[in-house]
Ligand binder design. Structure first.
Ligand code: NDP
Length: 275
């Protein structure tokens, strides 16, 4: 049996779209796979047991989602190896085995960058603002800087969290240290940016971000998807191009799939098949 086995580990996990996305990729690549949702109790010991059992049983690759991305990072840091993106993100969304050891990567940020570029958004020499300083924002910073942005402004409700994050990333990565990065409170973010990214979890609560009326952009990206996104409506009203985060979801999945199988996925075709 040539079937390759994959899982996505999360809690909750019942609604994960990853199995259907990866099965679409496998169909496109002509590979026989099984990709399953894997529930795990919310503690590090259980997570490690699930990962060990999966790879010992011949599993090829695992995705990691809420709330285990940091726990997966710790596991790879102690007992395996990490990609640069995972190291700077402080989080792992993709696990594989290399030379019999656990290997952790993070494809979320590059998935976002690829999605923007697929849509024709130019990143080189552009001014970018990210709202949010949690895991999703953190994972996006290095890939954006590697794509050649001119400057970054990191806005967050809790400004100290943004400041701490920028300091930590600057110490970890010479690439990050070379990009000018400002921090401010979300409601103090003003002026014009080429691209503004919503990397907060506010959409889950139905609340709206307190945005300045003096804040404008050419492109607005919301990492959320599958619901009404007032953040995008706000900027679309003044003529900005907008995108939700569904392409980022497909993009990060395609990068994970490529890491595991070597297959180069046409994400546009996969997306058309999925919707
Ligand atoms: P975290 O919990 O790590 O961070 C949440 C961030 O949102 C913090 O910056 C927090 O600010 C801010 N925030 C939360 N509530 C509010 C509020 N009421 N007002 C203002 N700011 C608020 O979450 P993640 O970074 O892991 O995820 C963020 C979002 O990105 C999620 O919605 C997730 O679904 C999405 N995402 C999408 C992906 C995709 O593929 N499309 C991939 C990964 C994530 P503070 O620091 O002040 O608390």
């Amino acid at each position: 049996d040539m079937t390759q086995h994959f899982i996505v580990i999360g809690n909750p996990i019942a609604h994960s779209k990853s199995p259907s996305i990866h099965h679409a990729f496998a169909q496109q690549a002509g590979l026989a796979i099984r990709y399953a949702r894997q529930y795990c109790p919310d503690d590090a010991e259980s997570f490690r047991a699930v990962v060990d059992a999966f790879f010992n049983g011949g599993g090829i690759g695992a995705n990691v989602t809420v709330p285990f991305k940091q726990i997966a990072y710790e596991y790879c840091l102690e007992d395996g190896a990490l990609s640069d993106h995972a190291r700077v993100a402080g989080a792992v969304n993709t696990l594989a085995q290399r030379d019999g050891k656990l290997y952790g990567d993070n494809t979320d940020g590059q998935g976002l960058v690829n999605d923007m570029q697929h849509q024709g958004w130019i990143l080189k020499d552009k001014t970018v603002a990210i709202i949010g300083a949690g895991g999703a924002a953190r994972g996006t910073i290095l890939p954006l800087i590697q794509a050649g942005i001119k400057s970054l402004t990191l806005a967050n409700r809790t400004v100290s969290k943004a400041e701490t994050l920028v300091k930590a990333l600057g110490e970890q990565s010479a690439t990050v240290a070379h990009c000018p990065i400002d921090t401010c409170a979300t409601d103090a973010l003003t002026g014009h940016f080429d691209i503004i990214i919503n990397a907060t979890s506010i959409g889950l609560s139905g609340e709206r971000l307190p945005l300045s009326e003096h804040l404008t952009c050419a492109h607005a990206y919301d990492m959320m998807y599958g619901r009404e996104l007032p953040f995008l409506t706000h900027f679309a009203d003044s003529g900005a191009k907008t995108s939700d985060g569904y392409g980022m979801l497909i993009g990060q999945a395609a990068l994970s799939f490529a890491l595991w199988t070597g297959a180069d996925i046409d994400v546009t075709a996969a997306r058309a098949q999925l919707t």
